[in-house]
Design a protein. Sequence first.
Length: 409
Amino acid sequence: MISVIIMDWIEFAVRWLHGITAIAWIGTSFYFIALDLGLKKNQALPNGVTGEEWQVHGGGFYHIQKYGIAPANLPKDLIWFKWESYATWLSGFALLAIVYYGGADLYLVDHEIAEITNNIAIAISIGSLGLGWVLYNLLCKSKLGNNSTLLLLILFCFLFFLSWFYTSIFSGRAAFLHLGAFTATIMTANVFFIIIPNQKIVVTDLKEGKVPDPIYGVIAKQRSTHNNYLTLPVIFFMLSNHYPLAFAAELNWAIAPLVFLLGVSIRHFFNTYHSQGRKLYWTCALSLLFFLIIIGLSAFRSPNLDLAKTKQDIPNIEFDNVAGLPEEVFDVVSARCSMCHSREPLWDGFIHPPKGFIIENEYDIIKQAKQIYIHSGISRSMPPNNISYMEDTERLMIQAWFENIEKEN
């Protein structure tokens, strides 16, 4: 009992740390991108300064200047922005290990998707994160890296393949989380292996009285831009376990790439606004289109899960009493869900029902009808990895019950 409580608090602490460091990293990234894009040129600027900007915040005025390569004299105190990125990745990987590796049976491996052992799934997880960075880095360093548009197109195709791969190996919840972890690994590796080392080379040259090669800044800028455009998709995937209609949809492999496009289009709107002061409303329309397509894909049902086409497979249920609960639905929820979502969970390792969600009697089930419908009726997010073997006909019963309630009300 004590060990379970301690592990629960450790998970909470790591999750909180991950959130804090991610906010710090994303905030810093967004600020500097907006600053860089908003710099104004001025003939009166000192030699080597390519732009400046005046800002006001918290009652104070700030005058910021950017050097094209580096100042002639290196300042004594130089602030580096790197630990926000490193701490975010380290805490995120720790959380991945605690939740998904430690709870592989519940969250990582779904034997209805792939018959693999927990150890193999963990090995694939770790290996894919490392291999993904290697391939991405090789692409950026190749001749393709000189053509940003072509490079981004190839990267998108790679992410599309990765989406299909992860959803074919892991549970939907784990697949989406891994797309976020994969992208975050690329972003942090960009900082650790490219951006910071290039900046250190420039600093070393300045200390030795050499003129720094501008190529190091160009390369670092390219990777920083990639990080900027990948940030919004990462945020979605890191929070995706809250969106069962996305990660547990039948076409989740197609939804994930559209999330990347949605995040990029939104980010491009703000980047253009900061750099040119123009609002590209076509990007807003494009973002809305992506979002509507995602909604449509989430609603897709194959014939065996389409209520309208398979009503004949549902046992005869008396739906006349809308306020009540059919016995068949109660039996399904009790058998498939209540061992975890009860006031005293029976599942080993749970001392409280997950997320405080309780459905052990008729009143509980009726109260939580909408959530049961979303998580177990029209998506397969619950039971996690279908650990209690909920059948398709049972999901159809939940669909029919809730939709009848909505129709009558």
